[in-house]
Design a protein around this ligand. Structure first.
Ligand code: ADP
Length: 231
């Protein structure tokens, strides 16, 4: 593990303006995630987890402070620059799987690879095959989302999120729509991706069982990190 964080926030603040009212969603968050870590962010509803995730995912701009991805500040970038960072560096998994319903699992994954501009090389094919094997969805690739269980759909969504070989995989409540059995399967697979491929993963969750699977837990309260922010 090097000293340079893969992902770092410095005094990160986000204020939402609702009419004349200002809501301080993040009040100065400092955190660092190193390459190869599997980190969970937990905290009660309203503590700022989603806001933090949106900023880490380069989806919105900060009011002040920095979000450094591989040392580059995305918080102040314009929309086009942030889109480029999202495409190249980040992978996203959501609570709702968001698969395209008319396409098979394989096509969902292929469309993502195309969008990311990943060439269909032998190397890229074997990387994808490894992921598909790890997620145990080889036998499901010709099915449409409606013909898959929630857990299977989420596993396809994880494969899709990894097609650009992201530096960081960001997951927002990835087990929120799953029953406990499927949640466990999906969490184990995140763990395997982390262990075997050294995939850096940052996950937001309400699921207290998740702690057992991750390397580190970050707790949030009222727009601040309240537990150890570094490893
Ligand atoms: P969590 O994900 O932990 O539930 P959020 O980041 O969604 O927390 O919310 C943090 C605070 O910011 C809450 O007080 C919430 O009401 C407020 N908030 C979140 N999004 C918006 C928004 N788009 N406009 C105004 N206030 C918001």
């Amino acid at each position: 593990m090097t000293n340079t964080a893969l992902l770092e926030t410095v005094s990160l603040k986000k204020i939402y303006k609702v009419g004349k009212v200002e809501v301080e969603a993040l009040r100065g968050v400092d955190l660092r995630v190193h390459s190869g870590e599997f980190v969970a962010i937990m905290g009660p509803s309203g503590s700022g987890k989603s806001t933090l995730m949106h900023l880490l995912g380069a989806m919105t701009r900060a009011t002040s402070g920095k979000v450094l991805i591989e040392g580059v500040d995305t918080a102040s970038m314009n929309d086009a620059e942030r889109t480029a960072v999202r495409r190249k560096k980040l992978g996203f998994v959501f609570q709702k799987f968001n698969l395209l319903p008319a396409l098979t699992a394989r096509q969902n994954i292929e469309v993502a690879r195309k969008i990311h501009g990943e060439p269909r090389t032998h190397e890229s094919d074997s990387y994808l095959a490894e992921i598909i094997g790890l997620l145990q969805i080889e036998g499901k690739l010709d099915r449409r989302p409606s013909e898959l269980s929630g857990g299977e759909q989420q596993r396809v969504a994880i494969a899709r999120a990894l097609t650009n070989r992201p530096a960081i995989l960001l997951a927002d409540e990835p087990t929120g729509a799953l029953d406990s059995k499927n949640s466990e399967v999906v969490l184990k697979m995140f763990q395997e991706l982390n262990k075997r491929l050294k995939q850096t993963i940052l996950l937001v969750t309400h699921n207290p069982e998740l702690e057992a699977y991750t390397n580190r837990l970050i707790e949030m309260r009222d727009g601040l990190v309240v537990s150890p922010k570094d490893s």
